[in-house]
Design a protein around this ligand. Sequence first.
Ligand code: CA
Ligand code: CA
Length: 166
Amino acid sequence: MVFNELLPAPKAVDWDGDGKTNATDEWIELLNTTKQPVDLSGWRLETGRGGGASYRFPRGTMLRPGVILVLYQRQTRLKLDDAGGTVRLVDRGGKVADAVRYDALGPDASHGRDAKNVWHGDWSPSPGSPNVPPGAPGRGKGTSTVTPPPGNSEPVTPTATPGSSG
Ligand SMILES: [Ca+2]
Ligand SMILES: [Ca+2]
């Protein structure tokens, strides 16, 4: 489980889509980089240098492999310092699963991780979508993608409809 992207200083964009542009438009992305679903029940997100604020994931928070979870400030109540800071993901046993430090970013700019674990402050923010470099084709514009659960897809057999005889 890793941090994938975060946006600490929203300004002119209503990122959470509630009709208002304010501090609650801050968001954090988590990505399940493992090959199996991760149960985040009891895990925590922390800001600050210890003794900071924290958000505890509710029971039943599951993240499927490869899926991105977007957490808006409305949900977590965690304030990301515009001047830079640290966010930590702490597992149920109190172990830090991942931590990310970011510096001051421009308004509506995100701090995002690429596939090689290098962080960028100049990529287009993409809440809920994979992070793509500027200029890449098909870059996300803030649309959340819902991955359907892997189920059995049954072949569809066309049924012959007998024509009416006249
Ligand atoms: Ca908003
Ligand atoms: Ca993203």
